[in-house]
Write a protein that binds this ligand. Structure first.
Ligand code: GLA
Length: 402
């Protein structure tokens, strides 16, 4: 039995405890997490990113209701949350339920409204670890809500609604990368996305005899949201300073590497200068990495991953001791072609490109080195890429009836 089938069976048991009744009315949805291969903190600056959707993710089981009540349960949190569909506001005490609720709030503006439902979330994605567990919940909810409402919407509109939930409901100024990767992912491919235009290229993940391995520091991300918003604000400051001299500039990623010399003379203050330098050079690295992926050049791709981590550590300052320890452990281990933090940073996961034959030794050695340095036990997942958010009701029903 596949991992996905096992999750669906577990989901059924947990759901029937949460919402007893007929199984035939229950609908099931899945949305993956994502790993970003390169292009970090470039999305909200209009730049390039290169994420891939994972096979790990979130299953959302739903029983429709018609009484205007939205009930949320989750296998990860014991609390259940119940709110009225006509009173969707962010409340701290609603915890995890704020994510799906935020999506319903954003969808209501697009005319997608549901009359209630029992929603249960279960997944195999580590939480708050840089693999987009929140975008996974949001996109599962977006697909579920449109299906329940019987409304057809363009996928990109659901992606934008999920990002709006994050920005306008949760109060995090995140870019569009996570929702886009989770919504548009394709098995065996990464997406080279230009965030300013949403134009993208779906690139096969063929890097000769190497594979992406995700390394979880198991170090919690702490004040990630406030630090994230701080970086967002610093980039806005850098852009405003540049626009005073280059008025046609619309985003930081519009500044080319070649224009950096002139731009750096305009920027005021060491911190702002380093934040902008990261964005501009990371953007160039990401575009180059996309071309190297197309050419299947694993060695050169790995070098760009290393340079990306150094820039995130020194200029953007979003790595921290745990991420640096795991990435440096990977760098010093045979078979590693490149390694870097992935996602927002401040803890969570890193990703390494590793020669396939050496993966078992790599995992053992990095785990050992990391434990020696931090006292923490790392977890490793294979970075297999999967398809984007979807309705899985048919396969669930078939499995549950067998
Ligand atoms: C988080 C955000 C994304 C992106 C990354 C950093 O995952 O949700 O929008 O900014 O951090 O690249």
């Amino acid at each position: 039995m596949s991992d996905a089938q096992e999750m669906l069976l577990q989901a059924k048991e947990a759901f029937l405890t949460f919402s007893p009744g007929e199984l035939s009315e229950v609908r099931a949805f899945f949305a993956p997490g994502r790993v970003n291969l390169i292009g970090e903190h470039t999305d909200y600056n209009g730049g390039y990113v290169l994420p891939a959707a994972l096979t790990l993710g979130t299953w959302l089981l739903v029983r429709p209701r018609h009484d205007g009540v939205l009930r949320f349960g989750s296998s990860a949190f014991s609390a259940q949350v119940s709110v009225r569909a006509d009173a969707m506001v962010f409340k701290e005490e609603n915890g995890f339920a704020n994510y799906p609720l935020g999506v319903l709030w954003a969808l209501a503006d697009l005319g997608v409204r549901i009359a209630g439902g029992d929603f249960f979330l279960i997944g195999n994605l580590p939480h708050s670890s840089g693999l987009s567990s929140s975008a996974s919940v949001e996109m599962a909810m977006a697909v579920a809500a449109t299906a329940l409402a019987g409304e057809a919407r363009e996928r990109v509109d659901l992606i934008k609604a999920a990002q709006r939930a994050e920005n306008g409901f949760m109060g995090v100024n995140s870019g569009i990368m996570d929702q886009f990767a989770v919504g548009m992912g394709e098995a065996g491919r990464a997406l080279l996305l230009q965030c300013a235009t949403l134009r993208y290229d779906s690139v096969p993940l063929h890097l000769s005899n190497s594979q992406f391995i995700i390394m979880n520091t198991c170090y919690p991300r702490g004040l990630a949201d406030s630090k994230y918003n701080e970086r967002f604000a610093e980039c806005q400051t850098a852009l405003t300073q540049l626009q005073a001299v280059f008025p046609t500039l619309t985003c930081l990623a519009d500044v080319s590497r070649e224009a950096w010399g002139a731009a750096s003379r305009v920027l005021n203050g060491d911190v702002i200068m380093r934040r902008a330098r990261h964005v501009i050079f990371e953007n160039a690295r990401t575009l180059a990495a996309g071309q190297l992926l197309k050419a299947g050049d694993a060695q050169a791709f790995g070098s760009l991953m290393n340079a990306s981590h150094e820039s995130l550590r020194d200029d953007y300052e979003v790595t921290g001791p745990a991420l640096d320890a795991i990435v440096e452990s990977a760098w010093s281990t045979p078979g590693c072609l490149g390694a870097r933090m992935t996602g927002a940073g401040f803890g969570g996961c890193a990703v390494a490109l590793v020669e396939r034959d050496l993966i078992p030794d790599f995992v053992a050695r990095v785990g050992e080195l990391y434990r020696e340095r931090t006292g923490l036990q790392a977890e490793f997942y294979n970075g297999d890429s999967g398809d984007g958010a979807r309705d899985v009701t048919e396969e669930a029903i078939e499995l549950w009836q067998s």
